[in-house]
Write a protein that binds this ligand. Structure first.
Ligand SMILES: [Fe+2]
Length: 290
């Protein structure tokens, strides 16, 4: 088991802050910490924030944040990255304070998305309060998972499996390149990626999970009534058994909103190989499926 404990936060540049507030908070129940014309900061649990959206002229993923527990672990991964040719940046104390963590290291992944390794994220002493009554499944499993459509899988396997030491959950053989699903805690997967030449390199989706299927159903009803563009219908995944739908965010990439995801015992887990991503549902057009 590696020292990365969780996918803990997402930082992105977006063009529509107010659209994101309606999408993330009014529709999906995240708590607004800060909402200005330039910034939307969101909570889903006791952490001071989990999603940080900044206004900009072009959409970008600025940081997929991976949590470690000690400064020694951060040093060790920083060195490993540098030894494998990555150029890293160690946060100044001002940058770390601004990010709300004790320390972090940043770099870009093979397709240019920002990645950060951090420890010691700020906690909020006030209770998390969802505007829709949503209760998010986080704790030791982090924010959720991300899915990337990548230009090539091999460099991503090197980064996330060889360097950051995430464990293989399974592969799904859909399309020309198998989807690779990796874990770093009991959540079945915290990141997945596949090369899809027809789609190209882009951020696919962020998955967040809630404790109650009715929370998913109520938001789904609003989406069917036009609250946001549906990406894929309600369905159930094979590998993590998540019942979820996909919805287009105001940034164009998708969010998977789910219930019932499988947890695994990392010590005894045996990776499998699936030929389908869904038991049922998740119907879509030509969009990426996972
Ligand atoms: Fe997913």
């Amino acid at each position: 088991m590696g020292v990365v404990r969780a996918f803990g936060y997402l930082v992105a540049t977006v063009k529509d802050i107010d659209g994101w507030k309606r999408f993330a908070s009014d529709l999906h129940g995240m708590q607004v910490v800060e909402h200005t014309p330039e910034r939307l900061l969101l909570r889903v649990d006791e952490r001071a924030w989990r999603i940080d959206l900044r206004l900009g002229d072009a959409e970008s993923i600025d940081a997929v944040g991976w949590e470690v527990t000690t400064p020694e672990d951060l040093e060790m991964l920083d060195k490993r990255l540098c030894d494998r040719g990555y150029i890293t940046h160690r946060a100044t104390s001002e940058e770390a304070k601004e990010r709300g963590v004790t320390d972090y290291v940043s770099f870009t992944d093979p397709d240019g998305h920002g990645v950060e390794l951090y420890y010691g994220q700020k906690l909020d002493a006030t209770p998390f309060v969802s505007p829709t009554g949503a209760r998010f499944v986080t704790k030791d499993m982090g924010l959720g998972h991300v899915m990337l459509s990548v230009s090539q899988s091999a460099p991503y396997r090197e980064l996330y499996m060889d360097i950051l030491d995430l464990g293989l959950s399974d592969y799904i053989d859909v399309g020309p390149d198998p989807g690779t699903f990796l874990h770093c805690n009991p959540r079945h997967h915290s990141i997945a990626f596949a090369s899809r030449p027809n789609i190209g390199a882009r951020f696919g989706h962020l998955m967040v999970q809630v404790e109650d299927i009715d929370t998913v159903g109520r938001a789904y009803d609003q989406i069917l009534e036009g609250a946001a563009p549906l990406g894929a219908t309600l369905g159930k995944h094979t590998n993590d058994e998540m019942i979820s739908y996909y919805v287009k965010t105001p940034s164009g990439w998708e969010m998977e909103f789910g219930y019932g995801g499988k947890t695994i015992d990392q010590e005894t887990w045996v990776p499998g190989r699936w030929e389908a991503a869904h038991y049922w549902g998740h119907k879509r057009g030509s969009l990426l499926s996972s």
